[in-house]
Ligand binder design. Sequence first.
Ligand SMILES: Nc1ncnc2c1ncn2[C@@H]1O[C@H](COP(=O)(O)OP(=O)(O)OP(=O)(O)O)[C@@H](O)[C@H]1O
Length: 253
Amino acid sequence: MSEPRAPLVALDDVDLGHGEQRVLTGLRLRLYRGERVALLGPSGAGKSTLLAALRARLGEAAAWCPQHHGLVPGLAVYHNVYMGRLAERSALANLWNLVRPLRRPWDEVAELCERLGLAGLMRRPVGSLSGGQRQRTAIARALYQEREIFLGDEPVASVDPHQALRLLALIEARHATGVVALHQRELALSRFDRVWGLRDGRLVIDAPAEALSLADLDALYPDAETASPDTAPRDAEPAEPSPATLPCSRGRA
Ligand SMILES: Nc1ncnc2c1ncn2[C@@H]1O[C@H](COP(=O)(O)OP(=O)(O)OP(=O)(O)O)[C@@H](O)[C@H]1O
């Protein structure tokens, strides 16, 4: 009999928050190798808080693409992407590279920038880029880290739907495992293996994407309950979501 798969991260009855403030309570979840998870929930539900906790547990195994990009506006795209691997090189190499880019990292970053539609912008200060270009620079920096797991906090929030698809495909091609916070429910169902849904301080959805519908995901958003009949799912219950009405029980736990 084969051994059961060991999770990369296991949270059992964990509370997460900031200082005295408790944001998420009684979290029980597993992240498995080879699984791509979409993290959904209304604004303030705790997506970034959960991602920070995963990042702390995964350490160097995780590449990180933060919500507000964390880029240095005065530095060129090239230098911002290069920063993904700053810790891997000596202080001297990093200093030299700041003044005169080193050939190998330049070529590596150029290849990534080409794929992300940033070719031609490598010498441009990030502060002069559009929101979407900055977002792609932040993704490039995370991909440049070449870690096993991709953690992204709304990495496709500032780009159009076609670009969002392309960027997610690029992330997928380089990371078999990841957790990505999103607001696009359709993408969560079409591009991810699993969905975690947060609401009211709890993980109320933990299920394979293929077992979920848009109506299931609507239940995460308080506004969806008052949406017009045209947009509200026909069979949606107006009641508060609870573990009994949401597909948490279908999860792997
Ligand atoms: N660094 C922090 N210090 C104190 N409170 C924080 C901090 N970061 C987030 N919070 C609070 O924790 C709660 C959850 O925030 P979080 O950013 O995790 O939600 P989110 O789901 O990522 O929201 P959004 O979709 O708006 O980015 C909010 O009430 C927020 O004000």
